[in-house]
Design a binder for this molecule. Structure first.
Ligand SMILES: [Zn+2]
Length: 509
């Protein structure tokens, strides 16, 4: 007897339909799975056999051949267990339902026949909907994350028995609809706030500009100047995720197995890997490739505290995602690509002891050691950071000042307004912020007044900016003009943007 059941495997964030063909024929009892199965799928043989027996069905004493098609596609993951078990039961006539071609089965079996949740259920269901599938049988514990998707029927199941009874019409399972599943689009509550930071006006302004245009930012200053404190408050002024961005982020966290409550993520990610992190954990990879920090920070912030402490090799792998907004992971057979559009926030001391240029402490470093320290940040990496800002220790008068500092909510209002201008300007262009304008389109969207143009030309010659820096200047000044609600970039906007690029000359010049 022959049967054909559908399941799904993931390749990056997108899922492919897999046909599980099962044939039972006479002969010595054997159980073979063919069609480029990964070792993880070979292991599923034992789970399927035991789960079928422990669910009270007879495991066929026949020659069982399971073919996973298309044969040229690499298959991995335990989510195929359920489809293989259903295929065997269908071929043994234990399942009567004639037509299962419109259903995709996703689930890992445990030895007692229960169905365990799987990683990546949401991206699988989204891909299946795109492939025209109308019904997905999924593990009960994945039901909430999958229910963010409309117009595909979600049937949550707890055991193999339930699946068989459901398919035989002996058990009714309502498709799961989460009534509360509406995108909130409301501002998050935070326990920290920008008003906690005393003084530091220019740092706060730079962070506001960075947040408004999703620009990368490097903060340089001595220990105790509040660099880390300020960076950690950045999420409180970031604009809300749009629904499309939220779906992208949720897909990534679903694959990584990091969905906190199995539901839609509505908060912009903020990732802060330690400098001991390996390049694999930063970029992604492993035997079953997992997204790395750069992908987990997609549509959010990647914060690298004490930037020069990261090994140079680790910093260099950041160049591809910073440039392309995606990351390619090499594997034994082929490569896989994950999205990685993040805003880089980095902080560093100006020298190994930290006090170079500090008015209150003496720097004890030799010029050689300062050069080596700064040299860890390569020019190509520095070039990809739009905004450089220097901070000084907080003044005593600022600490004791009773004046109320501006709250995150107030700053976020301005950031949101600037973002709305950008979303409107780049509608249907697949651009969400000024930092994403391509070099080709830069002059189309960044138009300057005559005075601003003159200033740009003079400083271009004075500071000998690279072409990449020149483009970054235009994008950052675009954001500053957007914060002002001005369509034309004016001299004060370009001057502020230039100020964010003069530290290269001071430290790395
Ligand atoms: Zn020093």
């Amino acid at each position: 007897m022959y049967s054909n059941i559908k399941t799904c495997v993931l390749h990056g964030l997108s899922g492919n339909i897999i046909d599980v063909e099962t044939d039972l024929s006479r002969g010595l009892p054997v159980f073979n799975i063919v069609g480029l199965p990964d070792t993880s799928i070979k292991e599923s043989k034992e789970r399927v056999r035991t789960a079928i027996k422990n669910s009270g069905y007879e495991f066929p004493l026949s020659r069982i051949t399971v073919n996973l098609a298309p044969a040229n596609l690499k298959k991995e993951g335990s989510q195929m267990d359920l489809a293989i078990a259903v295929g065997i039961l269908k071929s043994s006539n234990l399942i009567q339902d004639k037509d299962l071609q419109d259903i995709v089965f996703i689930g890992e079996l445990s030895l007692d026949g229960k169905i365990n949740p799987v990683e990546g259920a949401l991206p699988m269901v989204i891909s299946m909907r795109e492939a025209g599938i109308s019904k997905c049988i999924i593990p009960f514990h994945n039901r909430e994350e999958c229910s963010v998707i409309e117009d595909v029927e979600i049937i949550p199941v707890k055991s193999l028995n339930e699946v068989v009874d459901y398919l035989n019409g002996e058990l009714n399972i309502d498709s799961y609809i989460n009534e509360n599943r509406h995108f909130q689009n409301e501002d998050q509550e935070y326990t920290v706030d920008f008003s906690d930071i005393k003084g530091q006006g220019s740092l706060k302004r730079a962070l506001e500009v960075a947040a408004a245009g999703s620009h990368n930012i490097l903060i340089i200053g001595p220990p105790g100047a509040g660099k880390t404190m300020a960076a950690r408050r950045l999420p409180t002024i970031l604009p809300r995720l749009t629904f499309e961005e939220a779906i992208e982020v949720t897909k990534i966290y679903s694959i990584a197995g990091l969905l906190p409550s199995n539901s839609l993520i509505e908060e912009r990610p903020f990732r802060s890997p330690h400098h001991t992190a390996s390049s694999v954990s930063l970029i992604g990879g492993g035997r079953i490739p997992k997204p790395g920090e750069v992908t987990l920070a997609h549509n959010g912030v990647l914060f690298l505290d004490e930037l020069p402490e990261f090994p140079k090799s680790v910093l260099e792998v950041l160049r591809q995602p910073l440039e392309d907004g995606m990351v390619t992971i090499a594997r034994a057979n082929g490569t896989i690509t994950y999205p990685a559009k993040f805003m880089l926030v980095a902080s560093m001391n100006p020298c190994p002891c930290g006090y170079y240029g500090d008015p209150f402490h003496e720097c004890t470093c030799s010029q050689g050691s300062i050069d080596r320290y700064l040299g860890k940040i390569s020019n190509p990496l520095l070039d990809r950071i739009d905004i450089h800002i220097e901070v000084q220790p907080v003044k005593y008068s600022d600490l004791t000042d009773k004046m109320k500092e501006e709250s995150s909510a107030t700053i976020r209002q301005r950031v949101n307004k600037a973002r709305e201008i950008q979303i409107e300007r780049y509608k249907n262009k697949n651009i969400f912020s000024n930092s994403q304008i391509s070099n080709r389109d830069i002059r189309r969207y960044c138009k300057l007044t005559k005075e601003a143009e003159d200033i740009l030309n003079v400083s271009y010659n004075k500071y000998k900016f690279s072409a990449r820096t020149y483009n970054k200047l235009l994008k950052v000044s675009r954001t500053i003009a957007d914060l002002d609600g001005e369509e034309l970039i004016q001299d004060k906007h370009i001057l502020e943007a230039i100020r964010y690029r003069t530290l290269d000359n001071k430290y790395w010049g």
